[in-house]
Design a protein around this ligand. Sequence first.
Ligand SMILES: Cc1cc2nc3c(=O)[nH]c(=O)nc-3n(C[C@H](O)[C@H](O)[C@H](O)COP(=O)(O)O)c2cc1C
Length: 257
Amino acid sequence: MRGARDKIAKQFCADATKQSRVPPRKDSGLLRCARNDGAEGLVQNEDAVEDGWTPQNGTTMPLLAIVYFSISGTTETLAHAVARGAAEMAEIALCRIVGDDIVAGRFRNARLVETIDRASAVAFGSPTYMGGPAAQFKAFADASSDRWSQQRWASKIAAGFTTGACAGGDQLHTLTYFSILAAQHGMLWCGLDIPGGEDPSGRNRLGSQLGLATHLVDGALPQSDLITAEYLGQRLANMVGRNDRVGAMRSTFSPSP
Ligand SMILES: Cc1cc2nc3c(=O)[nH]c(=O)nc-3n(C[C@H](O)[C@H](O)[C@H](O)COP(=O)(O)O)c2cc1C
């Protein structure tokens, strides 16, 4: 896993804004969080959002975009864990939505949306705020409507993760929203295949199979939530591999128009 962490750290860099700047955890392997528009002097690493990454074995890895909003860093910690889980099998674009992305109420970070255009899979993340995704995430979702009209994101794999202050803080509603957003785009939803209360290592602690629901215990995320997030990343990357293989077979066998 160390090599995978290094890979993410190398590939994804840019800074977050004053409004939501959160230093990455020292052990996360992520040096800085991604920002995609290069606005206001923030660093944009072009390599971070390329179509795929060619490892030494010559195969091209699919791109997983992790699109999330976080103020105090909990959702960001989950995003990094999802990235770690997927990093052996996918190129990762960490796309943090920040306050400056929203101008006069509208999400304006075109680079972030274009990163999703290039991705084979997307993980949506937001804290649960007042029983749903944060307004900043919703602004991003609303801005994706031009992609919706042409179903530009159809058949990409999608998953979601959220956190809250309470165990039963209506996180399900946030995940339900993510899955509906994915459905609007014609995306294929990837839930968790871990039955709550049945996993020997305690994954899926809150028993949420639509996506990853977590909450803070004594002010921190339990380790079981982090390993569930890593598992979700791994599962997403696996699904992408399958989806891409089916897509490749279809294009091989279907007659050209
Ligand atoms: C405006 C606001 C509304 C919130 N609403 C909920 C809620 O409905 N359910 C819940 O469990 N937690 C709620 N919380 C707590 C946050 O979800 C929690 O602090 C979360 O860890 C913040 O994520 P972040 O660290 O990624 O910013 C709310 C917090 C704020 C600031």
